[in-house]
Design a protein around this ligand. Structure first.
Ligand SMILES: *[C@@H]1O[C@H](CO)[C@@H](O)[C@H](O)[C@H]1NC(C)=O
Ligand SMILES: *[C@@H]1O[C@H](CO)[C@@H](O)[C@H](O)[C@H]1NC(C)=O
Length: 370
């Protein structure tokens, strides 16, 4: 009897706690029963690839805290930051490329959790981005192994990802996981008769700029397996991927949404391997945004049932608009969030944009209380 009551109480508690986390409702975010607009920036790192694990966090914590404090004061509510990148310092691999530990000194999970606690103290949601494909500096073929070899990916999921998600499950500051930044950087452009995997259409789009290394079958499996692993531990976790341009992530404008539930399932065969919202990046080229860019559309133009965040943009390639105008545009055109690039190198300008929209209403509140 008492065991049964304890069981019921636990269920009630976990439901109560889940209401205190960011969730998705239709095409927008909800927090404590209210629509929320995610406004903030990319940290994105202090020491590229060396911020967490191996006692590295102790070295950078004060600088990250300063950023969180300034973001909070500017009226921002969210921060995108990068974790493993290409496996520079975490996780720990053996010579064959299997993951054998979080990090050699075993501080990684505690570091990550401490970072979330710090963010909570400044009322900031964190979106950790695990991997990066925007460059190819994978000199030891660490990330490469995880993308091409399911056995190696399984070792990462078992040894690092699952224990990490278990350690931070339900943390109020953990808004969502992002599996990878800009997979299209390393996309191999080739014809495939299945539209999910056909990248021929992206040939003149700019995709593959860092090297033609991986097919969508490989990249989508990589994403869907990690997404499934996260949701197997924490069914309410939100997961996304950061695409370099909406072109690969929409069925509008004659494009193919390669990250649709259908395509991810085809590549990964994992029931929970589906994404919860879009993270489009948007930069102009020679002063002009392309015709698919977030800054020339309403979010409804992408005809998606999920929220759309624009997770990278800046005024240097902002179609001659100021940072304030860029933030204002996203708030006023149905998007669910805006994270500019970046807070460390261009912080004052980003914070002016964040501050500009901090009291806006009509498309979700920005001030949150974690
Ligand atoms: C966005 O939607 C509004 C209202 O439907 C419309 O007036 C406006 O032209 C649209 N803007 C863009 C850039 O599509
Ligand atoms: C937003 O509201 C706060 C608190 O009321 C106020 O201090 C701040 O000046 C306002 N900022 C803008 C940009 O309107």
């Amino acid at each position: 009897m008492s065991i049964y009551l304890t069981f019921l109480l636990n269920i009630t508690l976990s439901v109560a706690v889940s209401g205190e986390r960011l969730s998705v409702s239709g095409n927008h975010f909800l927090f404590k029963g209210e629509k929320v607009f995610l406004s903030g920036g990319n940290l994105p790192w202090i020491n590229y690839g060396y911020d967490y694990g191996n006692n590295q966090w102790a070295e950078v914590k004060a600088r990250v805290e300063k950023q969180m404090q300034m973001l909070h004061r500017a009226g921002g509510n969210s921060l995108r930051l990068w974790i493993h990148i290409q496996g520079e310092s975490t996780p720990q691999f053996n010579e064959e490329g299997y993951v054998i530990a979080t990090d050699t000194q075993g501080t990684f999970i505690a570091d990550f959790k401490d970072m979330l606690d710090l963010a909570q103290s400044y009322d900031i949601f964190v979106i950790p981005t695990l991997w990066n494909a925007a460059v190819d500096q994978d000199y030891h073929n660490r990330l490469n192994g995880l993308i091409i070899d399911p056995g190696k990916l399984t070792s990462y999921i078992r040894v690092v990802l699952t224990p990490l998600v278990e350690a931070v499950i339900g943390h109020p500051a953990l808004a969502a996981w992002e599996i990878m930044n800009e997979p299209e950087g390393l996309l191999n452009l080739q014809f495939n008769e299945d539209p999910c995997f056909d990248t021929f259409m992206l040939k003149v789009s700019g995709a593959g700029w860092a090297g033609w290394k991986y097919s969508y079958q490989q990249l989508l499996r990589f994403i869907s397996w990690q997404t499934d692993a996260i949701k197997s531990v924490d069914p309410q976790a939100l997961v996304t991927v950061g695409v370099w341009n909406p072109k690969s992530n929409t069925n509008s404008f004659g494009m193919v949404d390669h990250y649709s539930d259908t395509c991810l399932y085809k590549a990964g065969q994992k029931a929970l391997g589906k994404l919860d919202f879009h993270d489009f990046h948007s930069y102009s080229f020679e002063g002009e945004f392309d015709t698919v860019a977030a800054f020339v559309h309403n979010s409804s133009d992408y005809r998606t049932s999920k929220p759309v965040v624009v997770g990278e943009f800046w005024s240097q390639q902002g179609g001659h608009r100021t940072t304030k105008q860029l933030f204002e545009y996203l708030y006023r055109h149905g998007y669910s969030g805006a994270w500019s690039w970046d807070l460390v190198d261009n912080g004052a300008d980003q914070r002016a944009g964040i501050s500009h929209i901090q009291n806006y209403t009509g498309n979700g509140k920005i001030h949150i209380d974690l």
